[in-house]
Write a protein that binds this ligand. Structure first.
Ligand code: DGY
Length: 329
C-alpha cells in the first residue's frame, strides 16, 4: 500500500476516505516545522498539505514523493520549479471556494466601510451612552465604485455581486478578461494606478507571486481616496502591511479589511493597534460546506494523482500536468 502524509488537521471522514487507499500518517496537530515535515515525508509517496512550504530541499529528502495535494486554491507554498525539476505533481482546490470567498470579501469590505468591528468594540467597552447623529459615520457601498484587482474566478464572483448594490465595477488584472465577461459584469478595465484613484472600495483577489509582492505599498496607498477602503482576501505579502497600518493611522485611507497577512499567523503589531481595520484569521473560504468540499477535492486529487480510485491518473486539478506519467527524478 502506498504511504501518504496528511500534514495538517482535517475532517476525520476525509482521513477515513484516504485510509481506504493508503497507509496514512496524519499530523493532527500544529503545522510541522520544516525538518519534521521532511523527516515525515522521507518514506511517503504522496502528501496532503494546507499551505505548508514544499521546496527543493523537502523534495530531495523525499525520493518516493510523487504527488503533493494542497488544500487551497493558492499554491505559493509550492516551489513549482522544484516540483517540475523533480517530476512531482502539485494539485490545488480551485472553484469550490469561489462563491464562499466572494461572500467573505463583501463581508469584510462592508464591515470596513460601515465601521462594524470598530463600533462593536466601542460598544463592548461600555462607551455607548447616547445615540448621536455623527456616531461612526462611514462610507456607502451601494452606488459606489468597486475596484477589483485580480479578475479571476473569485474576482468575477465578487464583481457579480456588485450589480445588486448598483455599483460601478472597475478592475485590473494581468490581462483583460474576455469581452463577454466584461459585458456581463459591466466591468471596465483600468491600470492599477487609475483603479486606485477611482475606486471607493478596492478588493484584492490576485494570487501571490514574486511580481505581486507589495502590489499595494506606500505609493499605491497614496493614490487612493481618503474615503476609500482596501480589502485583502488574497495573500499576505501582496500588501505592505507596515505601510497600510501607517496609512490607516494617519487616515490617508478610511478603513481596511484584512483576512491575510505578511508572515501570518503573526500580524504586524501596528495593525493590531489601529481601530479602522477589520482583522480576520484567513477564513475567507471557511464555511463548513466549502472547507469540506476543499478537503474532499484535495483527497480526490491525491487519490487520482497516485493512480488509484475511479479517476486513477487523471487528478481533477493538476497544477503541472506535464509531469503526469513521468518517473520521479
Ligand atoms: C486558498 O484556498 O488559497 C485559501 O486562501 C485557503 O488557504
Amino acid at each position: 500500500m502506498q504511504k501518504i502524509l496528511v500534514a495538517r488537521p482535517i475532517f476525520p471522514d476525509v482521513i477515513e476516505r484516504l485510509k481506504q487507499h493508503f497507509d496514512v500518517d496524519w499530523n493532527n496537530g500544529d503545522a510541522l516545522p520544516a525538518d519534521e515535515l521532511a523527516r515525515r515525508l522521507a518514506d511517503k509517496d504522496g502528501a496532503l498539505t494546507a499551505g505548508d512550504p514544499i521546496g527543493a530541499a523537502t523534495l530531495a529528502a523525499a525520493p518516493r514523493l510523487r504527488v503533493v495535494s494542497n488544500m487551497a486554491v493558492g499554491y505559493n507554498n509550492f516551489d513549482m520549479a522544484a516540483f517540475n525539476a523533480a517530476n512531482v505533481l502539485g494539485t490545488n482546490t480551485p472553484d469550490v471556494l469561489n462563491e464562499t470567498t466572494a461572500d467573505f470579501g463583501w463581508a469584510l469590505m462592508m464591515a470596513a466601510a460601515r465601521r462594524i468591528a470598530e463600533s462593536g468594540q466601542w460598544l463592548r467597552a461600555g462607551r455607548w451612552e447616547k445615540w448621536s447623529f455623527d456616531s461612526f459615520l462611514g462610507a456607502d457601498v451601494h452606488g459606489s465604485t468597486l475596484g477589483v484587482i485580480g479578475m479571476g474566478r473569485i474576482g468575477q464572483a465578487l464583481a457579480r455581486r456588485a450589480r445588486g448594490f448598483n455599483m460601478q465595477v472597475v478592475y485590473h488584472n494581468r490581462s483583460r478578461v474576455a469581452p463577454a465577461i466584461e459585458a456581463e459584469l459591466n466591468a471596465q478595465y483600468l491600470s492599477k494606478e487609475d483603479l486606485l484613484r477611482r475606486a471607493d472600495h478596492v478588493v484584492l483577489v490576485l494570487p501571490y507571486t514574486a511580481e505581486n509582492h507589495h502590489t499595494i505599498g506606500a505609493a499605491e496607498l497614496a493614490l487612493m481616496k481618503p474615503t476609500a477602503t482596501l480589502t485583502n482576501i488574497a495573500r499576505g505579502g501582496i500588501v505592505d502591511d507596515a505601510a497600510l497600518a501607517a496609512a490607516l493611522r494617519e487616515r490617508r485611507i478610511a478603513a481596511a479589511g484584512l483576512d491575510v497577512f505578511e508572515g501570518e499567523p503573526k500580524v504586524h503589531p501596528d495593525l493590531l493597534t489601529v481601530p479602522n481595520v477589520v482583522l480576520t484569521p484567513h477564513i475567507a473560504s471557511a464555511s463548513d460546506a466549502t472547507r469540506r468540499a476543499m478537503a474532499n477535492l484535495a483527497a480526490d486529487n491525491l487519490i487520482a494523482g497516485l493512480g488509484v480510485g475511479p479517476r486513477a491518473g487523471r487528478p481533477p486539478n493538476p497544477i503541472n500536468p506535464d509531469v503526469i506519467g513521468k518517473a520521479r527524478s
